[in-house]
Write a protein that binds this ligand. Structure first.
Ligand code: SF4
Ligand code: MG
Length: 385
């Protein structure tokens, strides 16, 4: 399988008044083209910062301070090879080694992101159809120019950058883009798309608006869709529908999805491989089977032990006893960050563990137990989510 994204040694820090916060540290990820890769962890584990780092959406006082984010794209590699040779490795381009305007030009066409809160993606004063048509137009203009010259002036934006800040108040750009907008609404399962295109965001239900946001993210036919808690705000039935939609779209388009969630039920339902995050690190990653059935890290064990109620009412993790450690650089100690909460902590854990190979196919664990390959007997309960 071809890796579409290779994230290596990624560190994202926030320089706050209290000091330096290591939100993401030395993170490695390998994402294969066409897979659904899940990132799971409690809130504050660094999963959203990871997603935003990949999307180049980190803003001051945050900063990506180290690492590389290599994207597999032979056309892009050819386009930037002469000007930024250090950014190119074969058909991969390190997005952190090219100017921001090139990264920006990839948004929507190579990478798109969807969020928990669809309202933030829409301008309340324009119809949903107008906004989708605008997204289609912007992506079309952006992709009709050679990549290296795509400039920042194409102010397509999405997510928490509200479209309202950049879009002129206008009706459909062309009939063609209107038709494409309607097609997109149809693609994401909005009933009566011709009529619904002319409605305003507030006329949509939460689930419908979530679908419309997905349509907006797909306007530029991205290779990678980063979905940050895309269904968390929805009730369980609608959650399942939106997840099914994402799975169907993934199958139809072959796009790669990076799915961020605190919900292991969502991971189990959607993902091929998964990374478990804790305190800004991936502490365990592997196939679904590795992580659910063969996991080694006590934090993964804890997450599985605190699966949501089997009736699926909340879909939320019950907290594991204890607190997430401070990520303030001045307070971080050179030991396993989970040690305070870990029922299996021992003396060896006083050194910060490296990633160990835990067997399996690319099954890596940041825990001394992986070295010892202790026996794990806990199995996943049936019927969650
Ligand atoms: Fe627990 Fe030690 Fe493993 Fe950390 S390294 S998770 S403290 S056993
Ligand atoms: Mg988050």
């Amino acid at each position: 399988q071809q890796e579409i994204l290779r994230v290596s040694d990624l560190s994202t820090r926030f320089f706050t008044q209290e000091g330096q916060v290591n939100a993401v540290a030395d993170l490695d990820l390998r994402i294969e083209r066409g897979e659904v890769f899940g990132i799971v962890g409690e809130s504050g584990s660094g999963k959203s910062v990871t997603a935003r780092s990949i999307m180049d959406l980190i803003e001051p006082p945050g900063e990506i301070t180290d690492g590389s984010i290599e994207f597999h794209d032979s056309d892009l590699a050819d386009a930037v090879r002469d000007d930024y040779p250090e950014a190119v490795d074969g058909e991969y381009v390190d997005l952190l080694e090219v100017p921001p305007e090139i990264r920006e030009s990839l948004r929507g066409t190579s990478f798109s992101m969807i969020f928990q809160d669809p309202e933030s993606s829409f301008n309340p004063t324009l119809t949903v159809g107008e906004q989708l048509a605008e997204a289609v137009e912007v992506q079309r203009r952006a992709s009709s120019r050679p990549r290296s010259t795509r400039a920042k002036t194409e102010e397509y934006s999405f997510g928490s950058f509200a479209l309202s800040t950049v879009l002129p108040s206008k009706k459909y750009v062309t009939e063609e883009s209107r038709n494409r907008a309607i097609e997109l609404l149809e693609l994401v399962g909005i009933p009566d798309p011709v009529e619904r295109a002319d409605e305003y965001p507030h006329e949509y239900s939460g689930g419908m608006l979530q679908r419309a946001m997905i349509a907006q993210a797909l306007a530029g036919e991205p290779d990678v869709l980063v979905a940050d808690e895309p269904t968390t705000a929805l009730d369980v039935t609608i959650q399942a529908q939106v997840l099914d939609l994402l799975a169907d779209l993934q199958e139809e388009t072959g796009m790669t999805i990076v799915l961020i969630t605190h919900n292991l039920g969502v991971i189990a339902r959607m993902c091929d491989r998964v990374g478990v995050m804790y305190a800004g690190e991936i502490v365990e990653r592997g196939s679904l089977e590795d992580v659910f059935d063969e996991h080694v890290h006590p934090y993964t064990e804890g997450l599985l032990g605190s699966l949501p109620d089997l009736d699926g009412t909340t879909g939320r993790l019950q907290p594991i006893a204890g607190n997430v450690p401070s990520l303030l650089d001045s307070e971080m100690e050179n030991r396993c960050y989970f040690a305070d909460r870990c029922p299996k902590a021992m003396e060896d854990c006083l050194d910060h563990p490296p990633e160990y190979d835990a067997g399996g196919d690319d099954h890596e664990v940041r825990c001394v137990l992986a070295e010892r390959r202790y026996d794990r007997t806990r199995a996943l309960p049936d019927g969650y989510f």
